[in-house]
Design a protein around this ligand. Structure first.
Ligand code: SAH
Ligand code: SF4
Length: 358
């Protein structure tokens, strides 16, 4: 339970479920319909402060301002891609930790890429977040707060967030409870009401968590970051593969498909000369042919701590064509916001480097 507040620190209202908010409001001596009004300000009207909650009596607004917050994170850095379509924000939380959130605007979609942890414990060698190590899990409110920040910004121009991808910093299924509680909040019909199908959870392949996700019959799409089709290759890129090797991941994936009937996505960051060979395409084709799945390829985003390079376009095309021979469908994603280092963890990494060099 996020309250009663520890040491009198204010409660982030975005940490609370509706029943918890009702209780909070009740403890302030207020009738329960006030909770409904506050909920509405939180999730439909994106109030930036308590003063804006004009249908609440002034004393309640003052009580709330004294005992609660509307998310605590502050944007400390903002970057825009040169085409202006991608915005990346570095947020600082109460304890000084920083995380990244990215808004990608398309013609008919506004996608937010959100973080689930400060840092990441999985240590994937090509990933800027993996290179910095793990600091802590984010709270429900800190995850939801990233959505709220951009929802407020888009509301000002009469737009909405249409899609969410949990592909920012951190391993969402390592912080299972808070991440999925935040997702449940975003799809809650009494609040934001974003369709479950619009939120993609990406995982490095935590086998027990994938099984739990399947058992819970979750409707939010799942993407598994495979990146290599043999344990020899994958061990080099993804240390946690030693704990849950490919065969176990595949079993968990088949279990997920069987339980949910949903198509799964495999993520594949194409690294020049590393995992973009015809041999790897063959192995991948053999591994997943006949499965209800799709492969999402993205040329590697170079990072400071890893000397791998993105695959050249001919290799990408050859890889895709080879997969097609196994009946495996795939998409090559264009890298968005490359000029603002939109890869997860890259902004925090840059800001920390600059601070160290001062
Ligand atoms: N921890 C989760 C989600 C966050 S990472 C996961 O690993 O799936 C989101 C996606 O970005 C993953 O597919 C990850 O492998 C990929 N990624 C990380 N660093 C990258 C880089 N430098 N270039 C391309 N993709 C990268
Ligand atoms: Fe963590 Fe995902 Fe980065 Fe791997 S790729 S270190 S799991 S955030």
């Amino acid at each position: 339970m996020p309250f009663p507040p520890l040491h009198g620190s204010p409660t982030n209202l975005y940490d609370l479920t509706y029943p918890e908010l009702e209780l909070f409001i009740k403890e302030l001596g207020q009738p329960s319909y006030r909770a409904k009004q506050v909920w509405n300000w939180l999730y439909e009207r994106w109030a930036a402060d308590f003063e804006a909650m004009s249908n609440l009596p002034k004393p309640l607004r003052q009580q709330l301002a004294a005992k609660a917050t509307l998310g605590v994170q502050e944007p400390v850095f903002r970057q825009f891609s040169s085409d202006g379509q991608t915005t990346k924000v570095l947020f600082q939380m109460g304890d000084g930790q920083t995380i990244e959130t990215v808004l990608m605007r398309y013609e008919k979609r506004n996608t937010v890429c959100m973080s689930s942890q400060a840092g990441c414990a999985m240590g994937c060698v090509f990933c800027a977040t993996g290179q910095m190590g793990f600091f802590r899990h984010l709270t429900i409110g800190e995850i939801v707060g990233q959505f709220i920040y951009f929802a407020r910004e888009l509301a000002a121009v009469n737009e909405r967030i249409t899609n969410v991808v949990m592909m920012g910093m951190g391993e969402p299924l390592h912080n299972y409870n808070n991440t999925l509680a935040a997702v449940d909040r975003i799809i809650d019909e009494t609040g934001i009401n974003l369709g479950a199908r619009k939120i993609t959870i990406s995982t490095v392949g935590l086998v027990p968590a994938i099984r739990r996700y399947a058992d819970e019959q979750r409707q939010t799409p799942l993407a598994v970051s495979l990146h290599a089709a043999t344990d020899f290759e994958r061990n080099k890129l993804i240390p946690v593969n030693r704990k849950w090797p490919i065969e176990e991941i595949m079993e968990a994936c088949r279990y997920y498909i069987e339980k949910t009937g949903r198509r799964l996505t495999f993520e594949w960051a194409l690294i020049r000369g590393e995992n973009d060979t015809v041999e790897q395409a063959d192995k991948l084709g053999q591994l997943i042919q006949g499965m209800l799945c799709h492969v999402n390829m993205i040329p590697l985003n170079p990072t400071n701590g890893y000397d791998g390079r993105p695959s050249v376009p001919e290799r990408v095309a050859a890889f895709k064509a080879r997969l097609a021979e196994y009946g495996v469908s795939s998409t090559v994603r264009v890298r968005r916001g490359i000029d603002i280092q939109a890869g997860c963890g890259q902004l925090r990494d840059r800001v920390e480097r600059e601070e160290r060099s001062k």
